[in-house]
Design a protein around this ligand. Structure first.
Ligand code: HEC
Length: 161
């Protein structure tokens, strides 16, 4: 019987190595929580997690993060963020529900909009990043609440529609 907990902990350790699928209603890591969680998942300190994030591009010169920045955990975070924070205005699948009377209608992603990424490449990605970070028209920016890594992951999430 003493072996059972041991065997179980191996199974759990094996699961922890892979990003678990997002659970319905899972909460995103907003503000400082992100850096604490990221430090934990990467085995680095919170300060190192902040430094790492600050080195990522900020969308100004059309460069995008190096390959491998958006690991499974980050991609899952983007999916959770999208569902919890963005979907009510932009639609779960990137097709926004009709805006309320007098409100600006966000544009639909996927379909023809995917051409933008195809034609614009990294310049397009950096532009979408800047919109998320700094806001646009009636949408306030998210830069104060989200890390650069989270916002780049959101760009990738939008591109996946
Ligand atoms: C309260 C509603 C609302 C929420 C929540 C919201 N947005 Fe927006 N968003 C808008 C509106 C409205 C526009 C169009 C603004 C304009 O053109 O004046 C917009 C525009 C955008 C654009 C530019 C493309 C477009 O549709 O015009 C991007 C990219 C974007 N939002 C991403 C996000 C992301 C990522 C989140 C979640 C972190 C988010 N938004 C949350 C309302 C929202």
């Amino acid at each position: 019987m003493r072996l059972l907990p041991l065997a179980l902990s191996f199974v759990l350790a094996a699961c922890a190595a892979k990003a678990p699928p997002p659970k319905p209603g899972a909460e995103p890591h907003v503000g400082d929580e992100w850096f604490v969680w990221r430090a934990d998942t990467l085995g680095i300190t919170v300060d190192e997690a902040r430094e790492r994030d600050a080195k990522l591009p900020d969308g100004t010169d059309g460069t995008v993060p190096p390959d491998g920045t958006l690991d499974e955990n980050t991609q899952m975070e983007a999916a959770i963020l999208w569902s919890q924070e963005c979907a009510r205005c932009h639609g779960e699948n990137g097709k926004p529900p009709p805006a309320a009377e007098g409100q600006v209608q966000p544009k639909a992603w996927g379909g023809m909009a995917a051409m933008g990424f195809l034609m614009g490449g990294d310049k397009m990605r950096a532009g979408v990043y800047k919109t998320i970070d700094r806001g646009k028209g009636t949408m306030a920016g998210w830069g104060d609440a989200l890390s650069r890594e989270q916002m780049w992951a959101l760009v990738a999430h939008i591109e996946s529609f």
